[in-house]
Design a protein around this ligand. Structure first.
Ligand code: ZN
Length: 275
């Protein structure tokens, strides 16, 4: 059975140079696509999501095909638009390198297979949500729902994220993911309801409920309190160090995503310690 907590460890030297080049181009392109989606989904974006060609946000001129090549395009143009000389956001090369590193980690841990593909899609969705929530407090519902769909499909059919906490519950895999979705969504909904009764306003956004439900559908119900605790702790640290005022809004979704990522890494380390 394929399981995300059961890495197969593939030596990078077992890949040919051609394989490595193709894998690198693939993950750099995933990063490039990801940053484009973030820019186009931003509430202040002037570009529709399904526009074929990219253009410069400053001068609106179409970008040449060669300059659209991930990482290389940024280097060729020395980080500036060729036509209007405005700076190109460093977020593009940052995201491309981020996905290249994630790709190398996934391929060396799992080889090219279901685990690597599914986790790439999950990181892709989480990355978009993390930055949109962090910058605009915006969690697009269809990306949240995509996470729910991935969690339910790959846990019910392949038990991809099912870990030893599942044994405590003694239930079918489909219920591991359904309970995760249910408890994730309803726990934040209830916390918000209590906040609303006391403060007469919403404390947590509706997008956060679905996101936490989605995280629950991936990691199951028992992981949720741990993820909430880690996420809230990181949120508090951010709150203290960013010197925000008490009535400013926190990107809670971003911290839930960080919490789920920390949980995943801890679980993976725990697994390698046991085995
Ligand atoms: Zn320009």
């Amino acid at each position: 059975m394929i399981n995300i907590y059961n890495p197969v460890f593939v030596n990078i030297s077992s890949f040919s140079i051609a394989d490595l080049i193709i894998i690198s181009i693939f993950f750099l392109s995933v990063g490039s696509f990801c940053s484009t989606i973030i820019y186009r989904l931003a509430p202040n974006s002037q570009f529709p999501l399904f526009k074929i060609r990219s253009s410069c946000p400053s001068c609106s001129k179409k970008i040449d095909a060669i300059n659209l090549i991930p990482l290389l395009g940024f280097v060729i143009q020395s980080g500036k638009c060729k036509l209007c000389n405005s700076n190109i956001s460093k977020f593009y090369p940052f995201t491309e390198i981020f996905f290249l590193l994630i790709g190398i980690l996934l391929i060396t841990n799992y080889g090219i297979g279901l685990s690597a593909i599914v986790y790439t899609i999950i990181i892709f969705c989480f990355y978009i949500l993390f930055f949109l929530d962090y910058k605009y407090l915006y969690l697009p519902v269809y990306i949240n729902l995509l996470i729910v769909l991935i969690g339910i499909t790959f846990n019910a059919k392949y038990q991809l994220f099912i870990d030893e906490t599942f044994l405590i519950l003694d239930i079918k895999p489909i219920f591991f993911t359904i309970y995760g979705l249910f408890f994730g969504y309803s726990s934040l909904w209830l916390i918000n309801l209590m906040f609303k009764v006391i403060k007469k306003k919403d404390g947590i956004g509706g997008g956060d409920f679905i996101l936490f439900g989605g995280i629950g559908s991936i990691h199951g119900p028992i992981a949720l309190p741990v993820i909430l605790l880690i996420g809230s702790f990181l949120g508090c640290l951010y709150f203290i160090f960013s010197k925000k005022t008490t009535d400013s809004e926190l990107p809670f979704g971003s911290f839930l995503i960080l919490g789920s990522f920390v949980y995943f890494v801890l679980n993976l380390m725990n697994f390698s310690l046991i085995n």
